[in-house]
Design a protein around this ligand. Structure first.
Ligand code: PEP
Ligand code: MN
Length: 364
């Protein structure tokens, strides 16, 4: 396990206590009135279920000529709004100038957006600007599904001395058509949690879903996975929002969502959980068995490789492979497994098998 990060738990620097941290606010600050009215309505409807506010001041947009944020002029608007309701406010920064302006305006929390996390130069420049400053920083995942790039950004910011640090999972860009704007690819934050359990993970269902209908279900999925908080975009008049109109919810709807979310227990240490314990022990035995069987299977692949080498046969025999997949699909479907899972699993098994066979064949 890696323990090189020096990161404080969320409870040390937020008002969330032992509950998930909830961050809410508009995608963008649009005016002094809109900022104040939005946060006032959020607090009125959600009460102490919301612990932190958000509002974009500089908006990195994919295409030019769309609304790129109000800029520096908006800093006092959002700060004033936050002070009025007594909550800290987070804004996005993308370069050292943004950091400097935000610090001067007394902004409480900074976040690094997905389009900035992809660039190590930009992240490092922000980290350098933060040296010696005590301010919480949230790091969104890079737009592309690259775990190392995300971890690298955390390393850079943490190395600058920022210990009040969390990451925000907002889904990943995909060229494939999907119901999501940014598919969640939950396996990536799950792997990150496995490797670095001390990094708090906040889920942003707004940018994942891209439409307001998906916010609740994605937020619940994030909680089901035991993550530590939610960042949800909320606007007093979502349809008229200057950015991300389709995915923003009214403060009333935000309250409904937060009231419906069920928070799961992260740890199983109560009496009466013996059944779960037994079930997990069985799962562990099966997992061990799967690995043993795969090792045995790859041993056979090497023997096959040896044979093909002597007989000058090609490694990949297309017909044989279609048969294997067909049989697995039939058997798996009968057992309730999805076609997608079987295909992915067998693709991986096949890749590994080819690797073992070619290893044998390339040996002099
Ligand atoms: C945002 O939070 O409004 C935003 C631009 O998000 P992301 O960086 O995740 O795209
Ligand atoms: Mn947005």
């Amino acid at each position: 396990m890696n323990d090189k990060f020096d990161i404080l738990p969320l409870s040390a620097w937020t008002k969330a206590g032992d509950k998930p941290l909830v961050i809410a606010g508009p995608c963008s600050a649009e005016g002094e009135e809109q900022a104040l009215e939005t946060v006032t309505q959020i607090v009125k409807n959600c009460g102490d279920k919301v612990h932190m506010l958000r509002a974009g001041i500089w908006k990195p947009r994919t295409r030019p000529n769309s609304f790129e944020g109000v800029g520096e002029i908006g800093l006092p608007w959002v700060k004033k709004a936050a002070l009025a309701v007594g909550l800290p406010i987070a804004i996005e920064v993308a370069n050292p100038e943004h950091v400097e302006a935000a610090l001067k305006a007394g902004i409480d929390v900074l976040w690094i957006g997905a389009r900035t996390t992809v660039s190590p130069f930009n992240v490092q420049a922000i980290a350098d600007a933060l040296k010696g400053v005590d301010i919480p920083v949230l790091i969104k995942n890079p737009v592309n599904p690259d775990l190392e790039l995300w971890v690298g950004a955390v390393e850079r910011i943490n190395a600058a001395g920022i210990k009040k640090l969390a990451i925000v999972h907002r889904g990943f860009s995909s060229y494939e058509k999907s119901i999501y704007r940014n598919p969640p690819m939950w396996e990536i934050p799950i792997e990150l949690r496995r490797r670095f359990p001390q990094i708090p993970i906040i889920v942003d269902p707004s940018h994942m879903g891209g439409t307001r209908d998906l916010i609740y279900i994605l937020a619940q999925q994030g909680m089901d996975m035991g993550f530590d908080g939610l960042m949800i975009e909320s606007h007093i008049n979502p349809d008229k929002a200057w950015s991300d109109a389709k995915q923003q919810v009214t403060p009333e709807r935000l309250a409904e969502i937060l009231n419906s979310i069920i928070v799961r227990q992260p740890e199983v240490n109560k009496d009466g959980f013996q059944t779960l314990h037994d079930l997990r022990a069985r799962v562990d035995r099966i997992d061990a068995y799967i690995i043993e069987l795969l090792c045995e299977r790859m041993g056979l692949s090497e023997e096959i490789g040896e044979f093909k080498k002597n007989e000058h046969l090609a490694v990949h025999q297309a017909e044989r492979w279609s048969q294997i997949v067909k049989r697995a699909l039939e058997k798996g479907k009968n057992g309730g497994l999805t076609e997608e899972f079987i295909l992915k699993l067998f693709q991986q098994v096949h890749n590994e098998s080819i690797y073992h066979q070619t290893k044998v064949m390339e040996k002099k």
